[in-house]
Design a protein around this ligand. Structure first.
Ligand code: C2E
Ligand code: MG
Ligand code: MG
Length: 361
């Protein structure tokens, strides 16, 4: 009885020449022939939504319904009705997941992005099992002595047939899907084993390793008992109380914490005070524009601030000798960047250490 009532309400909102059909249990579709543009479609959608918002009376009962509507416009590439229905259904799914608004017009670019993302997620799961990841190591350089004092571990993904995929692309997907936990654990274990091995080389007993940690990962304390952790500023913004505890526990366990990409994202000055942060990494977007006086004033102030609080500073993305000299002048302790070294694979990094780990001529 309810379905009949729904069908009747839908029918009165369209022209007599349009087709309305029930195509599955509570799925309806309409074919609006000969419309001028998108707005004709959205107007009908709005009318339908309004019509269905009115309560239904079935027997003694009053029933409230809501609907989500997907709209597909005519497309020369489509050869049959199924393709239109598939587009409309994809748009409807989107209206459903977006939450705001009750209808959505199919958009090929959006659809492509979301299917690509889905594929990336599937491939990411497989990549963990098939060990398609590896870790590269970027030297962390003491600016005074120009020697490598440690490394930052950075993950690399060599996809089966797509080749190299940047962490900038897949880390956000891994974070959203929770896969970051297994990837992060693998990176952590690999990097720690590696650093333990390198520490046995001559003069390398105090070599350090930085591992990038995502918010998701930091909610689980168990895995990080004996390592140095490095976290990004954006992560500090969510769920502060839990993370405060986790960070303090890490600190108690002798694990140092660095804020990555400092200066980007939200203001994190208050967090510097609240969390036991050991190191600040100045984002390379500040270090990069060496010629702009204003940018350098900012770097200088961050360094002064950090030193005043007893926090170590690392400059990220150092690419020129000019930047290096100025950083040293303003009292920055450590640096990373292409000037010294790109991220190296394990064999290259080991070779670098065996040569003394120096960068100055
Ligand atoms: P990040 O932690 O800030 O890492 C620094 C990025 O800057 C790295 O890019 C590095 O290769 C690049 N870089 C280093 N020196 C220079 C330079 O002189 N110039 C320029 N233009 N770039 C430089 P990468 O390896 O592509 O990593 C990008 C981001 O992906 C990282 O930013 C980090 O947020 C994330 N990421 C990488 N590996 C991991 C991981 O194992 N776990 C997690 N959770 N995130 C990771
Ligand atoms: Mg980092
Ligand atoms: Mg960074």
């Amino acid at each position: 009885a309810l379905l009949i009532e729904v069908a009747e309400r839908l029918q009165v909102s369209v022209r007599p020449t349009d087709v309305v059909a029930r195509i599955a249990s509570d799925d309806f579709a309409a074919l609006l022939d000969d419309i001028r543009d998108e707005s004709d479609g959205t107007r009908v959608a709005k009318r339908w939504i309004a019509a269905l918002e009115e309560p239904f009376r079935v027997g003694e009962r009053e029933i409230f319904l809501s609907a989500k509507i997907g709209i597909a416009l005519s497309d020369a590439a489509h050869e049959d009705a199924h393709q239109y229905l598939a587009d409309a259904s994809a748009a409807m799914q989107r209206a459903r997941t977006k939450g705001d608004g009750d209808y959505e017009v199919f958009d090929r670019a959006v659809h492509k992005r979301s299917t690509q993302r889905l594929r990336l997620e599937t491939d990411l799961r497989r990549a963990i099992d098939q060990e398609e990841f590896r870790v590269v190591y970027q030297p962390l350089v003491d600016l005074a002595s120009e020697r490598t004092i440690g490394f930052e571990a950075l993950v690399r993904w060599r996809h089966d047939h797509r080749g190299f995929i940047s962490p900038v692309e897949f880390i956000p997907v891994a974070e959203e899907t929770g896969l970051i936990v297994s990837i992060g654990e693998w990176v952590l274990r690999t990097a720690c084993q590696q650093i333990a091995e390198w520490r046995t080389l001559p003069d390398q007993q105090s070599l350090t390793i930085n591992v990038n940690y995502s918010a998701r990962h930091l909610r689980r304390t168990g895995v990080v008992d004996d390592v140095l952790a490095e976290i990004t500023e954006s992560m500090l913004m969510e769920d502060v109380e839990t993370q405060l505890k986790v960070l303090n526990d890490l600190f108690e366990a002798g694990i140092r914490v660095a804020i990555d990409d400092f200066g980007t994202g939200y203001s994190s000055l208050s967090y510097l005070r609240r969390f036991k942060v050991d190191t600040l990494k100045i984002d390379r977007s500040f270090v990069g524009p060496a010629d702009e006086a204003a940018a350098w004033d900012l770097v200088r102030m961050i360094v002064a601030l950090a030193r005043g609080m007893g926090v170590t500073v690392v400059a990220e993305g150092v690419e020129t000798v000019g930047q290096k000299l100025r950083l040293r002048e303003i009292g920055c302790d450590l640096a990373q960047g292409y000037l010294f070294a790109k991220p190296l694979d394990a064999a290259q990094a080991e070779e670098h250490l065996l040569q003394g780990g120096t960068h100055s001529e």
